[in-house]
Design a protein around this ligand. Structure first.
Ligand code: SF4
Ligand code: SF4
Length: 230
């Protein structure tokens, strides 16, 4: 019902599934029927996603958002016709952007895994309601998106400090933590979506979860060495 419901993940998934272009239509800004003004959320998400697309080598013109009312039938038709023409002129996704299909697939997969992290890292800007177009043009910069990815935070459980209380194991939303009673817990970095929950819930007296920005995470300790002898 609301353009604000269109998540960054939905757009990236559409491109990962081979769509050449994505169009999002929302109600006119400042004319939301509710108090949520979700169309601003859609606009901010699109601006962020367009920068991310440029970062991975996709033409950001493949993603568009427009705002109109139910009385704008003719305008809607014109906008859709224009967008269709533009996407056709851009050519097939990846090929026309001169990215190898496997490389594009892998880049989109990497970004999709980071969506929860991106949404947390950019939550204030994603909730912006700015006054004019000029401010929106500069809401997200290319440099900031480069930094966002180069300094992406990883989480690591310090085997010296973990007390196997299992709190992080139970709270991880994607089952990315291997653990059990009297076992040092270990994060599967391929599964981890960098939500930060384990960092927040690990009791301060243990402080076993480290936040590691922009550097490789130490390798997991071998399974044979995970038992805690008390
Ligand atoms: S940051 Fe921690 S809780 Fe969040 S997905 Fe990764 S391992 Fe799980
Ligand atoms: S919450 Fe902390 S101490 Fe408890 S199992 Fe997880 S990392 Fe170990």
């Amino acid at each position: 019902m609301c353009s604000g419901r269109v998540d960054l993940e939905f757009v990236l998934r559409a491109f990962a599934n081979g769509m050449d272009g994505v169009f999002i239509g929302g109600c006119r800004l400042n004319e939301c029927n509710y108090i949520t003004h979700g169309n601003y959320d859609a606009l901010n998400m699109v601006l962020l996603c367009r920068k991310i697309m440029a970062h991975i080598g996709l033409n950001p013109e493949r993603l568009s958002v427009e705002f109109m009312s139910s009385g704008d039938g003719i305008r809607f038709t014109e906008i859709i016709d224009d967008f269709s023409r533009k996407v056709k002129a851009l050519g097939p996704l990846g090929k026309a952007d001169e990215i190898d299909p496997d490389e594009l697939k892998s880049k989109l997969e990497d970004v999709r895994k980071l969506v929860p992290y991106i949404k947390i890292a950019k939550r204030e800007k994603l909730a912006s309601r700015l006054a004019n177009k000029e401010e929106y043009d500069g809401l997200f910069t290319s440099e900031e998106i480069d930094t966002l990815f180069s300094e992406a935070v990883s989480y690591h459980i310090n085997p010296e400090k973990c007390q196997a209380c299992m709190i992080c194991y139970r709270r991880c939303p994607v089952d990315a933590i291997a653990g059990g009673k009297n076992l040092i817990h270990v994060i599967d970095q391929d599964q981890c979506i960098k939500c930060g929950t384990c960092f927040e819930v690990c009791p301060p007296r243990f402080g076993a979860v480290d936040k590691i920005p922009g550097r490789p995470v130490p390798p997991p300790i071998p399974e044979a060495e995970r038992t805690i002898v008390r």
